[in-house]
Design a protein around this ligand. Sequence first.
Ligand SMILES: Cc1cc2nc3c(=O)[nH]c(=O)nc-3n(C[C@H](O)[C@H](O)[C@H](O)COP(=O)(O)OP(=O)(O)OC[C@H]3O[C@@H](n4cnc5c(N)ncnc54)[C@H](O)[C@@H]3O)c2cc1C
Length: 491
Amino acid sequence: MSDSDRVVVIGTGPAGAAAAVILGNAGFSPLLLEAGSGNAHLGLTARIRGLTVAKLKPPLRLRDDLATTDAACELFEELAPGGLSNHWACAVPRFSRDDFQDAARAGDEYTWPIGYDDLVEWYERIEPLMQIAGDGRRAARLPSGRVRRVVALDPEWDAVAREVTDSGRDIVAMPYAFGQETTITRAATQFNAYTRLVAPRVRTGELQVNYDAQVLRLEYSPASRRVTAVLCRNPRTGAQTRIACRAVVLAAGAVNSAQILLQSRSADFPLGLGNSHGLVGRYMHDHPLGKLVIDTGHKVRTSVAAYITRPSLEKTKPLYAAACMQWGGAAAMARALLRGGKADWIGFSVFGTMIPTRDDGIALEENRTNGSRARVSYALHYPRDAVSELERTRDDVMTAMRRAGWEPRERLFVVEKPGNSVHYGGTCRMHASPQFGVVNAVSRLHDVENVVVADSSVFTTGPEKNPVLTAMAIGARATDRLAWDLRAGDL
Ligand SMILES: Cc1cc2nc3c(=O)[nH]c(=O)nc-3n(C[C@H](O)[C@H](O)[C@H](O)COP(=O)(O)OP(=O)(O)OC[C@H]3O[C@@H](n4cnc5c(N)ncnc54)[C@H](O)[C@@H]3O)c2cc1C
């Protein structure tokens, strides 16, 4: 294959890893460009049947090079192989049919050009890579996935489950990647996307990775109306390289993918590639997050974490909903084990939705496209109603527990700053119309055919569920379509 026939994937986080696997399976040998070092110390995780017994973890850092930011919001990133999957909790719920319908009823601006049925095949292809432990049961607002190990909640939850139906909710076991496996991983989580999906394929020669390759911009050729090369900089030496390519899969995370496009200025795209309608970087969303600890007055087995779903559509306003994800951390488990595997308190992350607006997101403050990455301004705000929805969810859960005969008392409820969930999305949103979207239904830039955006930046809205599985499924679908078009000679 000549250099200019190469397909380049930018980033080795979950989105880049899924795209690379699909391209590798399709017979392409993509080149992955990773800003982080190949020698990065990722940590160590040891687990016995899903219980973490040892963990070494590098710190998760706030991005500190922003030009302006509102003190009320924060932005995290990890420039290392695997990206933020070196820190994540490995929860992998599917989006549900309702999540797409919820967006559609909010109006055209929020309507996804794809729905749940478009993704089923891709969930089915990605889930086996993640060796999921989850509930075999289908809940109204959490479709069951292809799980490797079926787990069940403590029957103590049954009475609470009956009561939450009043608020249109359901309770199921949360699906987790490598959730019940016995593993030792050279990473800070049991599923770092690089360690699990990329590194083994590098060893067999299926994939190739250039480390210390921070992409600054994509080079657009007006003659071919395509991106024909990627410009990278080695963050350690400052050396720059130009990598010719036939197509690009952008998977640098919802902030950095948008930033790369904004930095890709040319005479044809003076505001950045894909930014003809000024949408790149806008409509950013993260989950409003409440941390809730309840003294339950009742002993419950905690080895399988509960997920209390969002309410049904008729019980909520468009794009306002929240769900509860029970904490399953090693410390909570250890304390419960000392009490015979049961605990009398439960912690939850209450994740809500927010209506994305044009005012939230990142914008370029400086154009340093020839030197290093530019500084960006950043703003993210939760509407007041989004916080009320978190409070309503807390109240629904406490009420259901009370009616089930538990004696719940709220020990803690805090609403975190915007950006604290680190579930960023929306900055290169997907929409049928270029007026409202940067990419089309197969995640290709409306402006340029040979660029796919494969990460959660394409989310049109941010349903209350953790984003990784759906980002990987959408990215895999888009990359497969790219492979078809490349093979057919259409690109
Ligand atoms: C504490 C914590 C817990 C979480 N728990 C969950 C969870 O349970 N479930 C869930 O679904 N999500 C969870 N998340 C969110 C999840 O980790 C992210 O949504 C996910 O990792 C995003 O994947 P990505 O591939 O799009 O981006 P990232 O994981 O950010 O990966 C981006 C990759 O691109 C590279 N990169 C960036 N810029 C450039 C550039 N210019 N050139 C080349 N390479 C570049 C980075 O080094 C990195 O390898 C959690 C996050 C945190 C912090």
